[in-house]
Write a protein of this length. Structure first.
Length: 129
């Protein structure tokens, strides 16, 4: 990858930046729901690509563009929960499990502590201006 292409890529941060840079048309609704998933999947596809072009910016651009389209299309056809890009979705299908034993352990009678917090006072009608 040449410095020019690498420098341009370093300037990109949002999913919309990448999609625009690579000329990929996109639906804002899809990107709003899946932006981080798209970028992570794009990165995964780049890492899995066995033959990235070297010393040819145009070929590398086209390769990356194809991988970005593939990553974006994954989330047009599916959901982040179904694609399981992030660990939270990989563990137990995105469901967090709390056992009864874990709940019991938080009871003061079992030596656990219950978080305390102060409930803000609610203004009464007599204090309203």
């Amino acid at each position: 990858m040449t410095d020019t292409f690498a420098a341009q890529l370093r300037q990109l941060s949002a999913a919309e930046d990448f999609l625009s840079f690579f000329g990929v048309p996109y639906d804002k609704a899809v990107v709003n729901v899946s932006r981080l998933h798209i970028l992570k999947r794009f990165y995964q596809y780049i890492r899995q690509e066995p033959h990235l072009p070297e010393n040819n910016e145009q070929a590398l651009y086209q390769c990356y563009r194809g991988l970005l389209i593939k990553a974006y299309e994954d989330f047009v056809k599916s959901t982040p929960a179904q694609e399981k890009v992030f660990k939270v979705f990989q563990d137990a299908d995105g469901h967090q499990h709390v056992t009864l034993q874990n709940l019991k352990a938080t009871l003061p009678s079992q030596g656990g502590t219950v978080p305390s917090y102060t409930v803000p006072a609610v203004p009464t009608a007599s204090h309203a201006a």
